[in-house]
Design a protein around this ligand. Structure first.
Ligand code: CMP
Length: 140
């Protein structure tokens, strides 16, 4: 089925100048970029986005990292987009990510792990709405 998912290119990957290489992987996999913006998140925006992780021990480090530089946020659309995007990213911990995945190729640590992607249809909906009011989405 055609799905949408929320993708973030994190500060480490933006600093490494690999935005285009990551976009090419999305495009080559048949994922269409239907909305995109570059933003330097405020602490409140990062905390709000990751609110589900608020009680986790890694929350402060995660937020510190996500506000350390600009990110690129995009909504991707395509067949089976949520799982397809997760497969392209590889495991959360780049040490465990399969060869050829974005995290294996570009990430340095579990915090500086290059990309974020929605993990399910319900979270994708919430995460896309967090960054993109419906009027800013261009599906065709
Ligand atoms: P992301 O997919 O953006 O969602 C939450 C982030 O928290 C995750 O990627 C990692 O970058 C970061 N993180 C740090 N430590 C952990 C951990 N132990 N488990 C899951 N995520 C972690």
């Amino acid at each position: 089925a055609i799905e949408r998912t929320l993708s973030i290119i994190k500060p480490d990957a933006v600093a490494k100048n690999v935005i285009g290489q990551i976009y090419s992987r999305f495009e080559n996999a048949g994922l269409k970029i239907i909305a995109a913006r570059m933003i330097h998140l405020s602490r409140a925006e990062a905390e709000g986005f990751y609110a589900v992780h608020r009680e986790r021990p890694f929350f402060k480090d995660l937020v510190d990292f996500m506000v350390s530089g600009p990110v690129i946020v995009q909504a991707l659309e395509g067949d089976n987009a949520i799982l397809k995007h997760r497969d392209l990213m590889g495991a959360t911990d780049p040490k465990k990510a399969e060869k050829g995945t974005i995290r294996a190729d570009f990430a340095d640590s579990i915090d500086a792990n290059a990309v974020h992607g929605s993990d399910a249809a319900e979270t994708a909906k919430v995460e896309i709405a967090y960054f993109f009011p419906a009027l800013n989405i261009y599906s065709r």
